[in-house]
Design a protein around this ligand. Structure first.
Ligand code: HEC
Length: 151
């Protein structure tokens, strides 16, 4: 009962803070099953074309810093992570979703950032505090795109 009240209070405070800064309050709700998140984070399928465009934006999605794969400028692609070419044949959409949302749930030492987590880090710049790097819709767009890479 106490916890429920505290949680409700926190939700109200978060909503108020969001209203003041104009930022959307992060709502990170999903269920991890094994190495998957089965359900779409938005309840809708993502848009593969938007996912491809977002992954091509190095400074926003950061994927190409570490991954080779289907990027427009392959000579700039990193090699810290595995190539994402054909990843849709190796992993299901549900497996890809958990890896993008929170790779560190699978490998706590992973150099791959958890893209849909709210950092618990007070010195993160104000613009990034209390929000994930990628929104739920952006994660779904990337999942749709990577799932289509079966070749
Ligand atoms: C800082 C480096 C880094 C960045 C940035 C990064 N990754 Fe990764 N990624 C990795 C590493 C390393 C692995 C291998 C797993 C591990 O070691 O934890 C990995 C694994 C993956 C896998 C599983 C691939 C497989 O074949 O098992 C997927 C899918 C993936 N990353 C997608 C992405 C996407 C999408 C982005 C951008 C939104 C991204 N990664 C950004 C480093 C990174």
């Amino acid at each position: 009962m106490r916890m429920t009240l505290a949680a409700a209070l926190l939700a109200v405070l978060a909503a108020e803070a969001a209203a003041q800064t104009g930022a959307p309050a992060p709502a990170l709700r999903y269920a991890v099953l094994g190495d998957t998140i089965a359900a779409s984070l938005t309840g809708q399928p993502g848009d593969a074309a938007r996912g491809a465009a977002l992954m091509g934006e190095r400074s926003r999605s950061l994927c190409a810093l570490c991954h080779a794969g289907p990027f427009a400028a392959p000579h700039f692609a990193g090699d810290i992570g595995p190539s994402l070419d054909g990843v849709g044949a190796r992993l299901s959409a549900a497996q890809i979703r958990l890896r993008v949302v929170d790779m560190r749930a699978l490998n706590p030492n992973s150099p791959m950032p958890s893209f849909h987590q709210v950092p618990d880090a007070p010195r993160v710049a104000a613009a990034w505090r209390d929000r994930p790097v990628l929104t739920a819709a952006e994660v779904e767009d990337i999942v749709a795109y990577l799932s289509s890479l079966g070749g």
